[in-house]
Design a protein around this ligand. Structure first.
Ligand SMILES: Cc1cc2nc3c(=O)[nH]c(=O)nc-3n(C[C@H](O)[C@H](O)[C@H](O)COP(=O)(O)OP(=O)(O)OC[C@H]3O[C@@H](n4cnc5c(N)ncnc54)[C@H](O)[C@@H]3O)c2cc1C
Length: 259
């Protein structure tokens, strides 16, 4: 990436005005993904002074500012207290601590990365995204939309739930991108999520329907999951292998959340 200038903004209005001024102006979170590409950026817009580094208990939900780092998220006692700490566990598997000290929650969610461990685990919960100037949508809605929302992601809100949860990142070496990630939560209902297919994570609606209507044969649930999941090939592995992994880990995850 090459950037011509950098502005640390002092207000939302200033940030949004700059963002709208040119398609070559970009918000910068941790800058790790931006730096990896070879985009020609005109102005980098830094939100660091906008008080977005907070994780707050808001009663029914936990609110996370978009500039919170992955490491802060992973270490937060509020996040560790949610559904046997599954979000902390998933995030702790992304690269190393030095990397996670820089990567932000905002950049990780906004980017809709197919391989994202954070998105996969968040889809196991009800998550709302708040954009400036005034748009709220669920994480599911955001992922279903083509492209990226033309605004600034300010906060994400995770609805609290009392659930048992399972997360598995499958990768060839420990610091690699996942070739598959799976999250299962069991609160009042089951939520089953598969990501890095290599497309972005998605909920498995037929599998969830089976389980939430009383289906209790986990092998059958895993079979449904492997049938319904849309997978593809990537440099790292084949779609067929991904389906085999889905079978194994959905069954294992269901056993885990029912212990
Ligand atoms: C080498 C490498 C390996 C990785 N491995 C993994 C992995 O194994 N698992 C995994 O889950 N992730 C992985 N990631 C992704 C990483 O965890 C982060 O999700 C990613 O770097 C984005 O976070 P960032 O803060 O660096 O975003 P940035 O690079 O700053 O921004 C990313 C994009 O989001 C936009 N943006 C940032 N913040 C906002 C905002 N508040 N509002 C609107 N737009 C915004 C930027 O303009 C840019 O387009 C990897 C990344 C790298 C570079």
């Amino acid at each position: 990436m090459k950037a011509n200038s950098y502005v640390s903004v002092g207000s939302w209005q200033e940030a949004y005005k700059l963002l709208k001024a040119s398609p070559k102006n970009k918000i910068i979170g941790g800058g790790l993904w931006l730096k990896k590409g070879n985009a020609q950026v005109d102005t980098l817009i830094d939100l660091s002074r906008l008080n977005l580094k907070k994780i707050e208990d808001k009663g029914a939900y936990i609110e996370i500012g978009s500039m919170v780092s992955q490491r802060e998220l992973e270490q937060s006692s509020l996040i560790k207290g949610l559904s046997n700490g599954v979000i902390s566990e998933a995030v702790s598997q992304i690269m190393g601590p030095a990397f996670r000290n820089v990567a932000t929650v905002g950049g990780s969610v906004y980017g809709k990365y197919g391989f994202s461990d954070l998105i996969a685990v968040l889809l196991g919960f009800e998550v709302e995204l708040q954009f400036y100037p005034s748009k709220t949508m669920s994480l599911e809605e955001y992922l279903a939309q083509p492209g990226f929302y033309d605004g600034i992601l300010t906060h994400i809100r995770i609805q609290k739930k009392d659930a048992r949860a399972f997360f598995k990142k499958v990768c060839l070496t420990s610091l690699d991108y996942p070739i598959l990630n799976i999250c299962i939560t069991k609160g009042e209902k089951y939520v089953v999520v598969v990501g890095s297919r290599p497309l972005v994570a998605t909920r498995l609606t037929k599998t969830m329907e089976y389980l939430n209507n009383g289906g209790s044969d986990f092998k059958e649930a895993a079979r449904i999951a492997a049938t319904e999941i849309k997978v593809g090939d990537s440099i790292a592995t084949k779609g067929e292998y991904r389906k085999e992994l889905v079978k194994v880990y959905v069954e294992r995850g269901l056993e885990e959340v029912n212990k």
